[in-house]
Structure formats: C-alpha cells, structure tokens
Write a protein that binds this ligand. Structure first.
Ligand code: DCP
Ligand code: MG
Length: 363
C-alpha cells in the first residue's frame, strides 16, 4: 500500500529559543536573564530571537531592537554566532538519523521526521519523540519541542503548543476534533490574506472550514480552496521529503578591498540581484524572502531578511529590498565590508499549495 494511504506517524521537532538557548548554554551568567540575539542595544537592527525570559516582556523575533529595549530595559543583547548554531544543527540532524532517514529539515532548528517505520523498532510516535528529545538534550545540552501526528501540518501545530520542552501527541482518533478547534490561520497554507478572505465567508475555525461546502470554497479561493478543505478533514498529503531541491538561490562576492561607501555596495547588490533573478527565472521558481549577507572587516557576519507579500524573480525588486535592508538594518557605512551576498529563499514550488494541488490526482 502507498504510504500516503495508511496512517503515518510524523514528528515535527523545533528547538526552543534556538540561538538564545545556545548563547545561554555557553555563557551560564546569561541563564535566567532576558536575552536577545542579533541587532544591537543602540536600537539598530532587529532581534533574531530571544530567550523565554524576554518573551514575557513581549519581545519577539524580527522586532526592531529599539522597540525590544523599550519593552524590556534590562534586555541583554548578544551578537549572533552562526557557526555555533550550524554545528548544533548538525548534531540534531545526526540524532534524527538515529531514528529514520526520512528527515526533512525546514531550517537550522526544525525538521519533520516520518517515523512510521523507524530504526529503533518502536511502535509509538510518542516513544520515538521522547527518544529524540532526550538524545538532543544529551548531545547538545539544549531542549527541543516536538509534535507527533498523522500528518505534517498537525505535527507542526502540535510542536508549538507546549513550548519550551514540550511534547504534544495528536493520535489519529483525536486529529479531527483537534483541527476543529484551530483558528484557520493555523492551517497550512493559510496566510493573513487567505485568513481575511475566509473570515469574510464566516470561516474562523477548522470546523467552520470543514463544514463549508467545498464547491463554494473553490469558487472563492480557486484550487487551493479544495486543498484547504482536505486539510480541514485531516488529509494533508505532503510526504516527508529528504534532500528536497535547493530552497534558495544566491550570489555572494568577497571584495578585493574592504569598502564602506554605501553607493558602491549598492552597485554590487544590483549586479548580484541580476544574477539571482536569472537563476530564479531559469528554474521558474520565484521566491518570497530576500536575504542580504554582509561580512564586516572584522569578520563578523550578519544576515538580514525581508519577506515580501508576493514571490518575485524581479532583479529590481530583489535589489531594492536588499538595499533597503542594507540602509535600514546593518552598520554598513559606519563599518567597512569585506563580503556582500544576496539570496532569495521561500521559493514557490512543489510544496506550495497551488502547485501541490495541481500535482494531486482528483479525488
Ligand atoms: N530566526 C531569525 N529571524 C527570524 C526568526 C528566526 O534569525 N525572524 C532564527 C533565530 C531562531 C531560529 O531562527 O533562534 C529558529 O527560529 P524559530 O522560529 O524556531 O524560533 P526560536 O527557536 O528562537 O524560538 P521557538 O522556541 O519559538 O521555536
Ligand atoms: Mg525554534
């Protein structure tokens, strides 16, 4: 039988306050304190993430540092140490592969595992998830949260429910009642714009969505309406796919001499954006998130990202977004630069609702 047709056991694992937890692990004097990683306390840049102590004050990822400081005056700002996070990321991936090779990483700190069959020979997803959490703690000294469910989207919602150090199991028989209670925003593929359109139809919860006539939904939302209807019935056909095709395209340049002239950096960014645009057009996959990478002359390396409202492959839009990040969210100009890079991620493709629907056989 095809693996899609039988009940699967999917685990979604996500590290808790990832960058901040690594910093608190390595600097014990920071434990128990509100800590923000990224940006700087003089108000420049944005917070990449923050410790749970800081979240009590309302500090969040992507918040400008100035605002974070206002919400929490004693907030301790720490620079990012990407090499360390990548190393931990490798360690957790090794742990995942102790239980299955069906591992689909979503980012440095997050992955789906299909443990329907697993190397431990365990029957219950719950036991596999407990093993993974314990091994992650042993290998890295850090906590992860996990969700276990028969499909990806429910597993991901579940892993977020009892953070930090959470473990939430949604067994097959509890899946439909669970989805019924969810706000539609939690359903995979529903962003703010779709949520607003659903709201206009009086659809607020998973139950509303499930009970709404599918042909009417399709009339309003097109093919993704049918997919949403399926998801509301607990039918998320996405497989856990190891080694997915590249999820970004980028271009970076190490400069011959360090430069601090913003105009000169912008010219490089425009050239790079043109390269990236060509690459995206070649694979016919526009992307939503533009990332600017800079290495300062002292080798400190930062990335700044902005997610657009719609996917793009336009060189101009990529360049303008990267330049806005350069001027608004970095210290370029005050500090000289030895490397510049532009990349686009969040590419539309096989995992995007519209395209997924096109790939599915009609029921
Ligand atoms: N990150 C970032 N910029 C963002 C969001 C996240 O640089 N806007 C980085 C920092 C995070 C890491 O990615 O530590 C993982 O992102 P998560 O969304 O999983 O957030 P955390 O792991 O920090 O916290 P949580 O416990 O909510 O998962
Ligand atoms: Mg996380």
């Amino acid at each position: 039988m095809d693996s899609i047709d039988r009940i699967r056991r999917i685990i979604h694992v996500d590290m808790d306050a990832f960058y901040a937890s690594v910093e608190q692990r390595d600097r014990p004097e920071l434990r128990g304190l509100p800590v923000a990683v990224g940006g700087s306390p003089d108000g420049r840049g944005v917070v990449a993430t923050c410790s749970y102590e800081a979240r009590k004050f309302g500090v969040r990822s992507a918040m400008p540092c100035s605002q974070a400081k206002r919400l929490c005056p004693e907030l301790v700002f720490i620079r990012t140490h990407m090499e360390k996070y990548k190393e931990v990321s490798q360690q957790i991936r090794s742990v995942f592969h102790e239980v299955t090779d069906l591992v689909e990483p979503l980012s440095l700190d997050e992955a789906y595992l299909d443990v329907t069959e697993n190397k431990l020979g365990l029957e219950f997803g719950r036991d596999v998830a407990k093993y993974v959490k314990a091994r992650i703690r042993e290998a890295t000294g850090l906590t992860a949260s996990a969700g276990v469910a028969p499909n990806k989207f429910v597993a991901k919602v579940a892993s977020d429910l009892r953070k930090p150090d959470g473990l939430v199991i949604i067994p097959p028989e509890r899946m439909l009642p669970f989805i019924a209670t969810l706000p539609v925003r939690k359903i995979w593929g529903v962003g703010p714009a779709t949520a607003k359109r659903l709201e206009l139809l009086g659809i607020r919860s998973g139950l509303d969505l499930r009970n709404f006539p599918v042909d009417k939904l399709q009339a309003h939302l097109g093919s993704s309406g049918r997919l949403l209807h399926r998801l509301a019935h607990g039918d998320d056909p996405r497989r856990v796919t190891p080694n997915r095709i590249a999820k970004s395209r980028g271009s970076e340049t190490t400069l011959n001499t360090d430069i601090s002239d913003l105009g000169a950096i912008e010219r490089i960014i425009f050239e790079q954006a043109t390269q990236v645009s060509k690459a995206l057009l070649a694979i016919q996959r526009p992307g939503k998130t533009v990332t600017l990478k800079l290495r300062y002359s002292d080798f400190e390396t930062i990335t700044r990202s902005r997610t657009l409202t719609a996917a793009t492959s336009s060189a101009r839009q990529i360049a303008e977004t990267a330049c806005a990040l350069l001027r608004g969210a970095t210290e370029a100009g005050d500090r000289s630069i030895r490397l510049v890079g532009v990349s686009v991620s969040g590419l539309l493709g096989a995992d995007d609702p519209e395209q997924l629907w096109l790939a599915l056989p009609l029921p």
